[in-house]
Ligand binder design. Sequence first.
Ligand SMILES: *[C@@H]1O[C@H](CO)[C@@H](O)[C@H](O)[C@H]1NC(C)=O
Ligand SMILES: *[C@@H]1O[C@H](CO)[C@@H](O)[C@H](O)[C@H]1NC(C)=O
Length: 218
Amino acid sequence: MILKFLISALICFVFIEAESRSLECSKVPIGECCTRLWSERCPQPQCAKQVNRRCPERKALIQHALHSKDLRRAPQKPEAPKCGTAETGYQPCTTKSVANKLFLSCCELYVPQECHFMCEYEYDQEKTKNMLSRMILENKCSFKHISSILYCASQNRNNTKCCADLDLNSSQLMVGSRCLRMCDPSGSSLDKITKQDVTCLYNWNVIMYCSHSGITEM
Ligand SMILES: *[C@@H]1O[C@H](CO)[C@@H](O)[C@H](O)[C@H]1NC(C)=O
Ligand SMILES: *[C@@H]1O[C@H](CO)[C@@H](O)[C@H](O)[C@H]1NC(C)=O
């Protein structure tokens, strides 16, 4: 009698356990979006921003979930990718590692070796500040190469709109629209970058983000 009860309780427990496991899609806390692994079947839209900013190599996990949801909603009309546009906050379309390879291979042609440490899409402001101080204060790479570095970063694309949308045209910077020149290397006179452009260089992370974002096809 007791045995029978125990067995049925056990079966019941196993059943509940299995069911809850198949439905389990625990929400990943924002702080763990770049460290915790989750299944592609468990969309974690709350992680999109964090992933873009801190671990873009995980973007596929986010995009996969979004894409399969779109397909379910409208199978006859798959959404066009919107990366690199204002709607996605200029989320880059290429991974950082792919884009960095392009960036560096361009620098190998146009920028001297001692400046190659600048040829990387870095959007962490602490890190870009260190890179710039290495460049300027430690004199590791001459200032005159900035325009070639920016040219390689942008792959000759015009990212003015992204930079303006991300506040590089803000009157608070008190340099007018000067900084936008760094987002349009093919345009105005970038050969005339001077020490007054330090305010703009302080936002190097934004310039790098928009440059990366502008690379929409390989
Ligand atoms: C930048 O700001 C100026 C002055 O506010 C404005 O005239 C100009 O259109 C802006 N440029 C862009 C690309 O938004
Ligand atoms: C780059 O884009 C901005 C605004 O989108 C535009 O004003 C500017 O003329 C463009 N530059 C070139 C070289 O086309």
